[in-house]
Write a new protein. Structure first.
Lengths: 295, 273
């Protein structure tokens, strides 16, 4: 009887899973494998079918200066967005968690960018960056008398301009997770520390911050994935230019695969992105694992 | 710490929090300002500038936004319905059934949190072409409906439901699907609401994949429509572009302002499993 129940459980379990697994495999797992396979083949053109070319695509990638450029850009993009947006998120959460005059307005202000489409956000910021006419130039012009500057058209500033928009968009989203974590910290801990005479600064670094570590891990994993995924605003703001100064890896994959139609090389670049993502995920897990205090 | 310094401390914090909040709403406030004023006031701030809805009318006429909205609405509904259905069944299996391969399959589900369909756009596009679905709304929706995140979230919720409730319902003769329908789904309502809000706002805002698989007015969602509208350089005025921008994010923004508390709580709930 028992084994019969077990068998029936198996079948029910598998049947329940089946529909979801079909879609998961069709659009995530199988494409991931075929991406790898296709990276060893040439791009089919017209009547010429694709043929096995071994590591040629990889060789091309290693010798492709644009690939290294976008990879470098992506690194800067990650360094520029992750620490700033996470730090801002913590500060925002601390403020919003306290009794603050007009707290609900402040919270709304921080969170609103999260609900807006990145593409719409880019349109709004586009105007801020407009040379001469835009808000930044008007402010710097009025205050310091600076000449008009083309933030998005200058290879030195284009990526930074993108980073600013991303931080603005992401910080409020991460704040929510910190807010949830802060509300879970018992007030008694803080009170006990205050009785001991600890200042705000000490309380934050000795109590609050360590207790927020699991959230920080979660947020950082998200932020790292996002730094490879958020490319929508690039389409509007710079289109990767000037001279690939603001192109990121995913944007480059899009360009190679859907503007130049070099799908095999696109697949090779995707493999690079997948390897990078998994290495980062594993690395982060081990890096944080030692420092995280689980309850 | 004495009273006076604490007061100053609090005051400084409040000021800083407000300053940051004002910087944070500035872009949106600016977009609202230009969208509701004539083009002449784009860069000139005059409190008494005449208000107008003309920019919205112009944007509405210049591109088929009505159709784009309909497409997005169909898309978001389709994805949400698919996700609720597939993720509920899968989450129930992971939460309450013992079967061989459960852990491996669950790990494969979680893998999707890292490898999202957007990243695999090259292969997914080929699949859509093979299925003859390119330039249809289902093509935008299909890669997302089996959501690893949704399965994970619902599984965590289902596991917190006491087994006694489950058994009581079974004693009364309910089948396992009956139990799912009468016990699990009603008790997981807050999770469904949270996940629904996150999913709708995510797919309303999604851009890259829809850009790739659509190429006609009949299928384009608002984000892609907006990007095409604003890419027509020079000709279009800023105030009109900003009106279009507000229009596309409008429904979501209004919903957010009305249900702010639920929104924030939903994102929190979705985040901390």
């Amino acid at each position: 009887m028992r084994s019969f129940k077990l068998r029936r459980d198996w079948i029910h379990g598998w049947l329940l899973l089946l529909p979801a697994l079909v879609f998961l495999f069709a659009f995530t797992h199988i494409p991931a494998v075929t991406t790898l396979i296709n990276s060893f083949f040439s791009t089919p053109r017209g009547r010429r079918p694709s043929k096995f070319i071994g590591l040629d695509n990889y060789e091309r990638m290693i010798n492709d200066p644009v690939f290294w450029k976008v990879l470098w850009n992506n690194l800067w993009f990650a360094i520029g967005t992750i620490p700033v947006s996470v730090a801002l998120a913590i500060v925002m959460a601390l403020w919003v968690n306290e009794k603050l005059a007009g707290r609900s307005f402040v919270r709304m202000a921080y969170f609103t960018p999260t609900v807006l489409p990145l593409i719409a956000v880019a349109n709004i910021w586009m105007f801020f960056y407009t040379p001469g006419f835009g808000l930044f130039d008007q402010i710097t012009g009025a205050l310091f008398g600076w000449p008009a500057s083309n933030y998005l058209g200058n290879p030195d500033t284009a990526l930074n301009a993108i980073i600013v928009v991303t931080v603005w968009k992401e910080a409020g989203f991460f704040m929510i997770f910190y807010l949830a974590a802060l509300q879970a910290i018992p007030v008694s801990l803080k009170e006990a520390a205050q009785i001991e005479g600890a200042g705000r600064w000490t309380i934050f670094w000795r109590i609050t911050f360590p207790l927020l570590m699991p959230t920080t891990l979660f947020v950082c994993v998200n932020a790292v994935i996002n730094s490879f995924r958020l490319v929508d605003h690039i389409f509007i703001l710079t289109d990767g230019g000037p001279d690939n100064a603001s192109a990121l890896l995913l944007f480059y994959i899009y360009e190679v695969a859907f503007r130049f139609w070099e799908t095999a090389y696109g697949a090779t670049l995707t493999v690079a992105l997948l390897i990078l993502l998994s290495l980062l995920a594993i690395g982060q897990f081990f890096f944080f694992d030692r420092k995280v205090h689980y309850k | 710490m004495n009273g006076a310094s604490e007061l100053i401390d609090r005051w400084l914090n409040t000021c800083a929090a407000w300053a940051l909040a004002l910087i944070w709403v500035l872009p949106l406030a600016y977009a609202v300002w230009t969208a509701f004023h004539p083009a002449a006031y784009e860069a000139r701030f005059d409190l008494f500038a005449p208000l107008t809805l003309e920019n919205f009318a112009k944007a509405w006429e210049a591109a088929p936004f009505a159709r784009y909205f309909l497409n997005t609405f169909i898309l978001v509904t389709m994805i949400l319905a698919g996700q609720f259905f597939l993720c509920t069944l899968a989450a129930f299996a992971f939460a309450r059934f013992e079967f061989p391969g459960r852990n491996i399959l669950f790990a494969l589900v979680l893998l999707q949190l890292l490898v999202m369909p957007d990243i695999l756009m090259v292969e997914n596009y080929k699949t859509m072409r093979m299925l003859n679905l390119v330039d249809t709304i289902p093509a935008i929706a299909l890669p997302y409906i089996a959501s690893g995140f949704g399965i994970f979230l619902l599984r965590q919720t289902f596991m917190t439901i006491p087994k006694e409730l489950d058994e009581a319902a079974r004693v009364e003769g309910a089948s396992f699907l009956g139990v799912l329908w009468k016990v699990y789904i009603p008790l997981a309502k807050p999770t469904y609401l949270a996940y629904g809000l996150v999913s709708v706002s995510h797919h309303w805002n999604n851009f890259l994949w829809p850009l790739i698989v659509t190429n006609s007015v009949e299928t384009r969602p608002v984000t892609v429509g907006l990007s095409i509208f604003s890419a027509i350089d020079s000709g279009v005025e800023w105030s009109v572009i900003n009106a279009a921008t507000l229009m596309t994010s409008g429904p979501l923004l209004i919903a957010f302002l009305l249900f702010q508390r639920q929104f924030v709580q939903s994102f929190m709930r979705a985040g901390i499993k």
